[in-house]
Ligand binder design. Structure first.
Ligand code: AMP
Ligand code: MG
Length: 352
């Protein structure tokens, strides 16, 4: 998971978050009076911001809100610092990464996310690859922040050779994960979505049935806004430095889980060439095509998060093809020189 030092990513997510929420706020302020019917709890986690929007009603008062926010923060600290942060040396993922081999006791959360990451790796024909951590680091988008440069071919080849997931064995019954090689994993492409789902669960367990949770642009909305209409989400126009709406998302069910991946904020430029933080596992190089962002709507935010990253790697043609094959709802924004254009999978039609 990213650390606060990666400003590019912070900006990326902060602004995507603003875009989606900007839109819901706009709708809210148009449709509700200023009666304080919306509660917003926010803070920082996973190197980015989080926000929880709730309907205020008689059940809420300031002490309930403070207690609820403390519970949310406690849960987020566990998910980030204790489990998924590659920046914390004694987090579960860091301990796993530092060892050459062994059998590790793993939390249910780690097992759930790793298991789904491996499945999406397989379903995406390797496009989603959590074993790219050393490559992500080498390009300067991981834990070694600050040295964003094109690596030498020899070093890249050596580091690229470390990837591979075949030596990882998960035993859910025993609660263990085994590794037989020095592979290091990075679950940044899926863990934020999982954390959103977990906060959603926490709220539901407390009997809250109308809320919106967002971490770094990955969003889960359940139920309605205070005015009784569904929460309104939108896809940001993929332009750095601006927060504009590209495409509103038609709310379709009680529950909407939406996540995006993009290359238009977290990148560096070297000799006129743009290098983004999403790596193509076939080459070890940052993905380079006309795609600017992919937005996925799925059953869970974890699912949407991982697929957005995977489809981003695959690009507009293969990405739309796979999304149609697997009936994933995906929206692709691209620029092939003629301005921003879009494509979407068949399953996305209902959200337009
Ligand atoms: P996201 O913003 O959800 O698309 O996740 C991007 C992050 O996932 C990057 O910053 C890397 O840490 C990691 N990553 C990069 N390339 C891949 C890939 N091909 N598969 C999975 N994770 C990746
Ligand atoms: Mg993702």
């Amino acid at each position: 998971m990213r650390g606060a030092g990666n400003k590019g990513l912070l900006l990326l997510f902060a602004l995507i978050a603003l875009a989606t929420l900007f839109f819901s706020y706009q709708q809210l302020s148009r449709s509700t009076d200023d009666s304080g019917s919306l509660i917003s709890l926010d803070g920082r986690t996973m190197g980015t911001g989080y926000r929880v929007l709730l309907q205020a009603d008689e059940a809420f008062n300031s002490s309930v809100n403070a207690e609820l926010q403390a519970a949310i923060e406690t849960r987020l600290v566990i998910l980030d610092k204790t489990i998924f942060s590659t920046y914390v040396p004694d987090s579960e993922i860091s301990v796993f990464n530092q060892a050459d081999q062994g059998v590790f006791n793993a939390s249910p959360e780690f097992i759930t996310v790793l298991q789904r990451a491996l499945e999406i790796h397989r379903l995406s024909d390797g496009a989603f690859d959590p074993s790219l951590k050393p490559v992500v680091d080498l390009w300067g988008f991981g834990t070694q922040v600050g040295r964003q440069e094109v690596p030498s071919p020899d070093v890249l080849a050596a580091v690229f050779g470390l990837k591979g997931l075949t030596d990882i064995r998960i035993s859910s019954n025993a609660g263990t994960v085994q590794k037989k090689s020095g592979v290091a994993i990075d679950l940044s492409g899926i863990a934020k979505g999982f954390a959103v789902d977990e906060i959603g669960k926490l709220l539901e367990e407390r009997g809250i049935s109308n809320f919106l949770v967002e971490i770094g642009g990955e969003v889960l909305s359940v139920g309605n806004r205070p005015d009784g209409a569904p929460w309104q989400l939108g896809i940001e126009r993929p332009v750095a430095g601006k927060t504009e709406l590209l495409q509103p998302i038609r709310a379709h069910s009680e529950k909407m889980a939406v996540a995006g991946s993009g290359n238009y904020r977290n990148y560096f430029v070297h000799e006129g060439q743009r290098y983004s933080h999403i790596i193509d596992p076939r080459t070890g190089w940052p993905v380079s095509h006309e795609l600017l962002s992919v937005t996925v709507i799925a059953e869970s935010t974890m699912e949407a998060d991982a697929w957005a990253t995977a489809l981003f790697v695959l690009g507009p043609e293969a990405g739309v093809r796979l999304a149609n094959e697997l009936q994933l709802a995906a929206y692709f924004a691209l620029d092939n020189g003629a301005g921003i254009q879009s494509r979407h999978s068949d399953a996305f039609n209902r959200y337009l």
